[in-house]
Design a protein around this ligand. Structure first.
Ligand code: HEM
Length: 246
C-alpha cells in the first residue's frame, strides 16, 4: 500500500531522528569490557555467573514449566511500561482522562506503551492461571511445597488487585462503572461489606478520592508487596528444587 508505513519503519524513523543507534551501540561495546574487566578482577563475576548458569535443568522439566518464568517476564514488562506511563499520567479526576488521551495521541509511541501495558496485564493473568494449573495437575503443591503454594495464592491476589486498581485509572465511562460495580461487590461481603466499600471508595460513591486511592495502591503499595512475595516464591523454588513428576 503506497504511503502507508508499517510500525517497523515508524519506530526506525523515530529512533533515527533522536539518536545515532550505531554510535550508541559502538560506544557501549567499547565501554563495557573496560568496566566489566575491572569489576570481574575484583568480584569474580564470571565465576559466580557460570556457577549459576551451569546448574543443570532437571530432565523432567518441560514446556508447561515455562509459565512461571513467562509470568515473571510479563510482570517485569508491566513494571517498565508502567513507569513509562506514569511519567505522563496525571492521577486526578480533572486530568486523568485527558492525560491518557495525550499519551495515546501526542506522546511518541505512547499508544504502543499503553497497549503493551494493557495487553501485558491480560497475558500475565492468563499465564499465571496456566502456571497455577500446571502446579496443581503435577501435584507440586504437596509436601514440602505447601508454603510456596500459599505464597503463590498471595501473588494471585496481588495480581488481581493490580488489574482491579489499574482498570479505574483511564477514568472513562467503562472504568468508572466497572469500579462502581466491583466495589459494590465488595460492599456485599457479610458484616464488613460497608466498611470495605467506604475504605475502597474513600466515600459512599466513586469519586476523585477513589482514583487517588487506587493510583496509590496500584503504583506504591502493590509493586512492593509483589516484589517481596516474588522473592519469597523464588527463594523457595531455589531451595526446594522443581517438584519431581507424579
Ligand atoms: C506473579 C505470579 C507468579 C510468578 C511470577 C511465579 C513464578 C514461578 C516460577 C518461575 C516457578 C518455577 C517453576 C515453574 O515455573 O513452574 C514457580 C514455581 C511454583 N509456583 Fe509460582 N509463580 C506465580 C504465582 C503462583 C501461584 C498463583 C501459585 C499457586 C497458587 C504458585 C505456586 C507455585 C509452586 C507450588 C511452585 C513450585 C512448583 C514446583 O516445584 O514444581 N505460583 N513459580
Amino acid at each position: 500500500m503506497a504511503g502507508k508505513k508499517g510500525i517497523g519503519s515508524k519506530v526506525r524513523k523515530w529512533t533515527e531522528e533522536r539518536f545515532n543507534l550505531k554510535q550508541v551501540v559502538g560506544l557501549l561495546l567499547n565501554i563495557f569490557p573496560v568496566i566489566y574487566g575491572e569489576l570481574d578482577q575484583r568480584l569474580d563475576i564470571k565465576e559466580g555467573l557460570q556457577k549459576l548458569l551451569k546448574k543443570p535443568v532437571p530432565k523432567h522439566v518441560n514446556f508447561w514449566h515455562c509459565f512461571g518464568g513467562i509470568t515473571f517476564l510479563l510482570f517485569v514488562i508491566e513494571v517498565i511500561t508502567g513507569i513509562m506511563l506514569a511519567t505522563y499520567y496525571k492521577p486526578s479526576a480533572a486530568d486523568a482522562y485527558n492525560s491518557i488521551k495525550f499519551i495515546v495521541n501526542e506522546v511518541p509511541l505512547g499508544w504502543l506503551i499503553r497497549q503493551i501495558h494493557a495487553w501485558g496485564a491480560n497475558l500475565m493473568i492468563l499465564c499465571l492461571f496456566i502456571h497455577m494449573l500446571r502446579v496443581f495437575f503435577h501435584g507440586a503443591y504437596k509436601n514440602p511445597r505447601e508454603l510456596n503454594w500459599m505464597v503463590g495464592v498471595v501473588l494471585l491476589l496481588l495480581s488481581i488487585a493490580f488489574g482491579f486498581t489499574g482498570y479505574l485509572l483511564p477514568w472513562d465511562q467503562l472504568s468508572f462503572w466497572g469500579t462502581t460495580v466491583g466495589t459494590e461487590v465488595a460492599g456485599g461481603v457479610p458484616f464488613v461489606g460497608r466498611l470495605l466499600l467506604t475504605l475502597l471508595r474513600g466515600s459512599e460513591n466513586v469519586t476523585g478520592d477513589t482514583l487517588t486511592r487506587f493510583y496509590t495502591i496500584h503504583v506504591m503499595i502493590l509493586p512492593w508487596f509483589t516484589a517481596i512475595f516474588l522473592a519469597l516464591h523464588f527463594s523457595m523454588v531455589k531451595r526446594q528444587g522443581i517438584a519431581d513428576p507424579l
